[in-house]
Design a protein around this ligand. Sequence first.
Ligand code: ADP
Length: 268
Amino acid sequence: RGGRPEREIPFIQPGSLTRVYAVASGKGGVGKSSVTANLAAAMAADGVRVGLVDADIYGHSAPRMLGVEGSRPTVVDSMIMPIPAHGVKLISTEMFKQDRDTPVAWRGPMLHRALQQFLTDVYWGDLDILLLDLPPGTGDVAISLAQLMPNAEIVVVTTPQLAAAEVAERAGSIAIQTHQQVAGVIENMSYLPCPHCGDEHRLEIFGSGGGQLVADGLGRRLGASIPLLGEIPIDIGLRESGDVGIPFVLKEPDAPASAALRDAARRL
Ligand code: ADP
């Protein structure tokens, strides 16, 4: 054990008013990071004081999606200053990599330590909401998080596809073992509004019903009613805005996908 005393995690202290949400998914590519970055930006635009921990160690994409890729945090009085990005206070493993081409190859205990450091050694100030972008699946980070912050509630992101919903439910059901709450489910890529006739005709590219299925399944397992917080349509602009670092909810606030993301953010 090193010389300096362990710092406390501020968000688990009695009297902390910060609500903590960990965004999880069963597998990669369902849009967990896109959804999380947009939820954070939507909250900030609503005046919510929001922090985001990009704990998706291997697939960290929050800095790019929020337009601060390559930023390096400063250290003041031995506290790490989070990077401000569209009103969101952001910290990511990407910020601590040697160079962008070296993959992170951390093992369980190091992951735990990194997550703990993000929670104790970062100067978050007063936050209303802290979001954590978890790696996909039910891995070490989810378990570490549950140990460090048993008060974190889980938000599950899935696509409508039944096969995706099954693995998403498995990821969400980790909450049973860790005695955490599930705040709700967000279905992403729910449908593509018809390019010719608009929202009236929806192309269900990945099928339908996965989000509700996960909410119902987790509700049964947890003996609680788990809400479906939103159904986010596919929008080419959402993908593009993530690539250029401007959250879609800010870039095209009137798009149906932005409205759905904003509604989901307000329900948290
Ligand atoms: P995950 O974090 O689950 O791995 P990402 O957020 O990285 O997923 O999304 C995977 C890809 O899909 C990205 O290229 C992203 O821009 C795109 N994407 C996510 N959600 C949508 C959506 N609703 N419409 C269009 N593209 C999307």
